[in-house]
Design a protein. Structure first.
Length: 643
């Protein structure tokens, strides 16, 4: 039985006179309705924009004028650079007996912005298409099975190209076709002919370039150009045997994960999870065992304080658990604002803004403050969240040597950032326990009009006579623009915050993406943190006890020849080799002490260390016991071979 009547469908969409999409089909009568709808859908919803003009042309063809052609055989040449791709194309053209192959490929690379192809005489290099701007377009073609393959398939560069290439390769007088996609991110192009088949070349341009074009290379000795053009434009073709592209090797997802895990283990950088059955107190329970914890950042032991828990409980009952929305929509309660006023008072600023985590604060604030053109000056030992903030910012980042104010001043002076910028530093460095020279940072920033940002995650509740932080420590009257901190360490709660001027708060409230696009913290957390803040004000002895514990512990370690320095509650015990640090931590665990081995990428490779963090409530007995065991295990691991 003969097929139904056959129709050509052509869609073209424009906006402001600019082409935005086009597609065509050749279909049996029964499929016309469905595909017409799908083509319109494609016209109306194209990534290039919304059209103001759509042309859908439906035309009956006489079935016997439609030629059926077998799809060209396909192969793929993987190349590793554009240059290599270009050479492969040139070589294949030469092998097809074309003189001037390099000149022709060069011409392809000069082409862009055409709707159609260059029709080029291979012998005279004469352009034969009547309209050089537009080029000649191959049209009236389709995959013979498109009616069965469904109307809703999205644009498939390969499927469309193989149909076109098959039609073109069968044109009278045709020698070869060369093609580079004009899609900025589609780097695969091809060379095709009846002799070569369809040869895909994986890199013909670098990603991001909107250049692309086609050359139809022909001989007109026996066939006049008009006849070639008439075939390309007017002779309907249906291509059979178009198969979806077979990918030799799909990406190995499982292998990706496993290779990463293996390499972490090999480098002694794999981390296991410790699971506790109790709060992070000096003594914790783990699997029924009592363990001495020397790694909590709950420095003042407030997370489990009765008053803190009661405040949180009351708020929990009143406000429920989750906040249900971003601060910009429905996630602000009086408790959020009250805590912010208290934080501002605590840090002597006009106002404050609470973030979901310290990480969210740092990684969001820096990009907000540093647009393209600005320069960020960042200490080489800054916390990962600051590094990620720098990476996310469109500004340039300049790293200065750790706490080296000469290096910082030199770099600022040399770069002379006229479009603004930021100096950003940890107040207490999280892996070293030392303090940033705040007054010097403020001096340098002042001279050049730079913003300043200090991360007080480990200094709030720790530095200064009464724990107010780095300004109290230096008796500094000036304010950094951004005094960032966390609720999750000495305040025993959860979240990050920024203390700043009222205008800066408004700026961040409106500009900081990590703040805007997060559901706010529960009111119960706000109430708990506020209570903790009150306790720090009322009981400054906690801060003194913490400081006293640090001196005691450092003196105990010295008894075992372990020399440590720290200006905070973080005490690094330097080991160096990752494997030794990991063994020391493992050994201490078996003896009932948790003190983690800090390794790359938290610190540089070869600078692994045990990192003790003390609490105000550790007893001297506990600390003396810990120092003794640490001394013992360091002696044992020093006999281990360096891994
Ligand atoms: N007739 C002649 N030339 C055309 C036509 C046509 N129907 N359609 C496009 N061109 C020209 C025009 O100058 C374009 O700028 C250029 O070709 C590239 O067109 O196996 O996407 O539609 O994975 O961007 C190759 C697939 C994809 C390789 C090619 O071309 C693979 C592609 P694009
Ligand atoms: Mg394209």
């Amino acid at each position: 039985m003969a097929e139904d009547s056959v129709y050509s469908l052509k869609m073209r969409a424009e906006a402001n006179g600019r082409h935005i999409s086009g597609a065509e089909r050749i279909l049996p009568e029964a499929a016309v309705g469905e595909f017409a709808k799908a083509l319109l859908e494609r016209a109306m919803h194209h990534a290039n924009g919304r059209p103001d003009f759509v042309n859908l042309k439906i035309e009956k063809l006489s079935a016997d004028e439609v030629r059926s052609l077998e799809a060209l055989p396909v192969r793929t040449v993987e190349v590793s650079s554009v240059e290599q791709g270009r050479n492969v194309m040139t070589q294949m053209l030469e092998d097809s007996g074309v003189a001037n192959a390099a000149v022709i490929v060069d011409m392809l690379y000069q082409t862009s912005g055409m709707r159609g192809a260059i029709l080029l005489d291979a012998d005279t290099l004469e352009r034969l298409e009547p309209d050089h701007q537009r080029g000649v377009r191959a049209t009236l073609m389709d995959d013979a099975e498109s009616a069965c393959k469904g109307a809703n398939s999205c644009k498939d560069h390969y499927a469309e190209a193989i149909v076109l290439a098959t039609k073109v390769a069968n044109a009278p007088g045709m020698i070869a076709e060369l093609c580079i996609s004009d899609d900025p991110d589609y780097t695969t192009g091809y060379i095709a002919s009846r002799k070569l088949g369809y040869v895909r070349i994986t890199k013909l341009k670098s990603p991001g370039t909107p250049k692309g074009g086609r050359i139809f290379l022909c001989r007109t000795k026996e066939i006049p150009a008009e006849q070639i053009i008439a075939y390309l434009e007017k002779s309907p073709v249906r291509v059979t045997g178009v198969r979806p592209l077979h990918r030799e090797s799909v990406f190995d997802k499982k292998g990706f994960v496993n290779r990463n895990l293996e390499s972490l283990k090999h480098d002694n950088l794999f981390r296991d999870e410790f699971i506790f059955d109790s709060a992070a107190a000096p003594c914790v329970k783990q699997g029924g065992r009592e363990i001495l914890l020397l790694s909590s950042n709950d420095y003042l032991d407030l997370a489990r304080d009765e008053r803190v828990i009661k405040a949180a409980k009351d708020a929990l009952e009143k406000f429920g658990l989750g906040s249900g929305g971003s601060r910009l929509t429905t996630g602000s309660t009086v408790l959020h604002r009250e805590l912010e006023y208290e934080l501002a008072k605590f840090k002597e600023t006009e106002d404050a803004l609470v973030f979901n985590t310290g990480f969210a604060a740092n990684s969001g604030i820096i990009p907000a403050l540093c647009p393209p053109g600005a320069v960020i000056f960042s200490d080489e030992l800054n916390h990962a969240s600051i590094i990620d903030g720098c990476r996310a910012a469109k500004a340039r980042t300049v790293i200065y040597r750790h706490n080296d104010m000469h290096d910082l001043a030199d770099k600022v002076r040399m770069i002379d950032p006229r479009q603004g910028g930021l100096i950003v530093s940890d107040a207490v460095f999280s892996m070293d326990g030392d303090i940033a020279p705040l007054p010097d940072i403020l001096d340098i920033a002042q001279e050049f009009g730079l913003f300043t940002m200090l991360d007080e995650a480990h200094s709030t509740g720790v530095l200064g006579e009464s724990g107010h932080g780095i300004r109290e420590h230096f008796s500094e009257k000036r304010h950094p623009d951004i005094l960032m901190g966390t609720l999750s360490k000495a305040l025993g709660a959860e979240g990050g915050f920024v203390c700043c001027t009222a205008e800066m708060r408004q700026f961040l409230y409106n500009k900081c993406r990590s703040f805007i696009f997060s559901t706010s913290l529960p009111a119960a957390i706000m109430a708990g943190a506020r209570s903790a803040l009150e306790i720090i004000e009322q009981e400054p002895q906690r801060v003194r006890m913490l400081r006293e514990n640090v001196s005691f512990f450092i003196a105990e370690l010295a008894k075992y020849d372990i020399k440590c320095v720290s200006d905070s509650a973080i005490i690094p015990i330097h080991i160096g080799d990752e494997g030794r640090a990991a063994s020391a931590a493992d050994q201490l665990r078996t003896h009932g002490i948790v003190i983690p081995a800090i390794r790359y990428p938290t610190v540089k490779r070869g600078e692994a260390r045990l990192r003790a963090a003390l609490m105000a409530t550790h007893t001297h007995d506990q600390l003396a016991f810990a120092a003794h065991l640490i001394g013992q295990s360091l002696q044992e691991i020093s006999c281990l071979p360096v891994s």
